[in-house]
Structure formats: C-alpha cells, structure tokens
Design a protein around this ligand. Structure first.
Ligand code: NAD
Ligand code: DAU
Length: 332
C-alpha cells in the first residue's frame, strides 16, 4: 500500500483530497496539520481510521517532519496560509508558512529521497486583462501581485531549485479557484452562500467584474492523483476546468439558486491590488495525463455546494460573526 503524508490535510482542499484518495485508491494517508483558524479536525470525520492517521503538528517543525517523511512514500504538500485578504493585513505568517515551511518540507524529502508533490496556485502568474483571449500556460512568466501569491511563487522556485540542484523527485501543480464543501467562509463563494442563509446581502468587491476560473475541488483532486501517479519529475501541471466567470455572475447564480432576486447584492470596497482575471490552459494535463474534469457545469457544483452549507450549519456557524466583523471593519 502506498502511503501519503498530506500536509495541510485538515484544510479545505487537503481534507477533500484525503477523502478522494480513500474513496478512489487503496493508499494510506497521514495528515499533518497545525490546525490554524483554517484547519478543522472535523473535516476528516468519518474516514476509515485503518487508512487515515492524523498528526497535529507544524511543517515549521523539522524534527517532526523528518520522522514523518521517513515513514511515508510520497509527500503531498498543501499546508499554507491561503487567503489573499489576510496576506494584505498580515503578510509575515505567509512568508513563514508558505516559504520557510516549504523549505523544511524540501529538506526532509531531500534527506530521505522521497517523492514530493507541491500544490500551488495560478496566482503566481499575476493576472490577465479582461479582454485578453490568452490563458496562463506553464511558460507564462511569474508576476505575483499579493503577499500570498508572492509567497507561493517563492515556494515554487524553491521546489524547482531542489529538483535541479539536489535531485529531489518533485512535481508541481498550479490550480485555479476551487469551490466545494468545507471551504472556509472567509472565501468568496461560501461567504456569499452563508450570507444569503443569514439574510445578509452578498458583498462584491468593486464593480464585481474580476474573473476567476472556477474548478470543483474534486476535479482538482482527481488531477492531483493523476500527477502523483504519472507526472514527470520536475514538471509543472496547470489545473483548470474552463470555468471562467466574473464575480457578479457567480453572485447572481448563487442568488438565483437560493431563490432570491438576482440583484440583491451590495458593492463594497475593492481589494488592494485586486487581480483582474485568471484563466488556465490545462491542455497538457488533459493530453499527457488523460485527465478530464467531472463537473462540466458550475451550476451543478454550486447547487451541491449550497446544499452542503445548508446541511452543515454547525460546521461554519462558529466562524461567521468574527469573519463578517473583520470584513465590516474594512468596509467589505
Ligand atoms: P486552507 O486555508 O483551507 O487550508 C490550509 C491548511 O493548512 C489548514 O488546514 C491549516 O491548518 C494548514 N496549515 C497552515 N499552516 C500550517 C503549518 N505551519 N503546518 C501544518 N499545517 C498548516 O487552504 P486551501 O484552500 O485548502 O489551500 C490548500 C493549498 O492549495 C494551498 O497551498 C493553496 O495555496 C493551494 N491552492 C488553493 C486554491 C484555492 O482555490 N483554495 C487554488 C490553488 C491552490
Ligand atoms: O486562483 C487560486 C486562488 O484562488 C488560490 O490560490 C487562493 O488560495 C484562493 O483563496 C483563491 O484566491 P482569490 O483571491 O481569487 O479567492 P477569494 O475567494 O478570496 O476571492 C474570489 C474573488 O471574489 C476575488 O476576485 C475577490 C472577490 N471577492 C471576495 C470576497 C471574499 C468578493 O467580491 N467579495 C468577497 O466577499
């Protein structure tokens, strides 16, 4: 049985990845997670304890990493600070976790000669103009805008340097915006769904014309598995599912699916340095690794995501008031 060490596996994408792996493969998973405000042990509830092990700890702890990496076949590295708005308010932890933390992961896999898959973001490429037909490819130059995306860009560069200089067996992926169950309600889609549940009008930054390339988290995770199985060492794979929509369209869709008038939203202060548009060309992933997404229509994925937040109010209720208070203090 292949054993995976999944850093950040109690967060949104990592916990859905652990579920996906247990459902679709016979691999065993150890989650290493520091349980920051974004991590939640309950995200792993119900998973078979014979195949899922949880370790509460940090990638900032080299001795712990060393022990765990020695005992596993593959390290799948999700752990990060992930929210752009937070990186504008307090960038230091983004440098610590995303850059220095990745350094510790790299040293451990180097020491033990273990395979690594590093999870990154399309934001490393900066943004595209709204009227530009281009999409990001693996040769698009890095041009990150926020402290978050700059820290992820730095982590990608470290991984490539460890591949080239030290022969580390790593692959990388840069994915577009994920949505689905268990995403923290600070993020755009779950914030607006839980606002509507609470009778609060959704909040659009600025004019709401910024475009994101949405992908269901299960499609991200099936792509990650293909890369872990068959990706070329040292290669970068861009993951996306042709899901471009502007923020206004998403809010209108959420309102419609939740039975509200589609103009019942507010415009609020814009994000500093707000990237205009992301778009992924995932042709190499589709062609080389024969991957394709299951969710071809965001309406289906959004409907099931709305159902999940309606059914799992206990999961998000505790964070709602503080999250909204933080946004309100910034006029957002
Ligand atoms: P998240 O914020 O929901 O989860 C991050 C997890 O990392 C949390 O469980 C947190 O407790 C854990 N963590 C933070 N610091 C840690 C540390 N020092 N040691 C161990 N664990 C720590 O984030 P997410 O949205 O699930 O993103 C996961 C990864 O995917 C990140 O690397 C992010 O950059 C990348 N990514 C996210 C998206 C997206 O749309 N959310 C898209 C592309 C790439
Ligand atoms: O592209 C991948 C990235 O997608 C990941 O690397 C990040 O971890 C992930 O958080 C996400 O980054 P974004 O900044 O694009 O996601 P966020 O959910 O914060 O915002 C999505 C869009 O919605 C963005 O244009 C800002 C806007 N927005 C956000 C919030 C929270 C609003 O209009 N209103 C809001 O209340």
């Amino acid at each position: 049985m292949t054993t995976l060490l999944v850093t950040g596996g109690a967060g949104f994408i990592g916990s859905n990845f652990a579920r996906w792996v247990l459902d679709h493969t016979d691999a065993g998973v150890t989650v290493l997670d520091a349980l920051t405000y974004a991590g939640n042990r309950a995200n792993l509830d119900g998973l078979d304890p014979a195949r899922l092990n949880f370790v509460h700890g940090s990638i900032a702890d080299p001795a712990l990493l060393d022990d765990l990496v020695a005992d596993h076949d593959v390290v799948v590295h999700f752990a990060a600070e992930s929210h752009n708005d937070n990186s504008l308010d307090g960038p230091a932890i983004f440098v610590e976790t995303n850059i220095v933390g990745t350094y510790h992961v790299l040293q451990a896999v180097r020491q033990h000669g273990k395979r690594l898959h590093h999870i990154s973001t399309d934001e490393v490429y900066g943004d595209l103009e709204l009227d530009d037909p281009a999409k990001f490819t693996r040769t698009t130059p890095y041009n990150p805008s926020s402290p978050y995306s700059a820290s992820k860009a730095a982590s990608d560069h470290l991984v490539r340097a460890w591949v080239r200089s030290f022969g580390v067996q790593a692959t990388l992926s840069n994915c577009s915006n994920n949505y689905g169950p268990r995403q923290h309600i600070e993020k755009f889609i779950p914030r607006q769904i839980t606002n509507v549940i609470d009778g609060i009008r959704p909040k659009l930054y600025g004019a709401g014309l910024n475009v994101r390339d949405w992908i269901h988290v299960d499609d991200h995770n099936s792509a990650l598995w293909r890369i872990i199985e068959a990706g070329r060492i040292g290669e970068t794979y861009l993951i996306g599912a042709d899901g471009e929509k502007n923020n206004r369209e998403i809010v209108e869709l959420i309102l419609e699916l939740m039975g509200q008038p589609t103009d019942a939203y507010d415009h609020v202060n814009d994000r500093a340095g707000h990237d205009l548009r992301y778009a992924i060309d995932a042709a190499p992933l589709r062609d080389e690794l024969a991957w394709s997404p299951q969710y071809s229509d965001i309406v289906d994925g959004l409907r099931s995501t709305i159902d999940w937040y309606r059914t799992n109010e206990d999961w998000w209720r505790g964070a709602k008031q503080a999250t909204e208070a933080k946004y309100a203090a910034k006029g957002q």
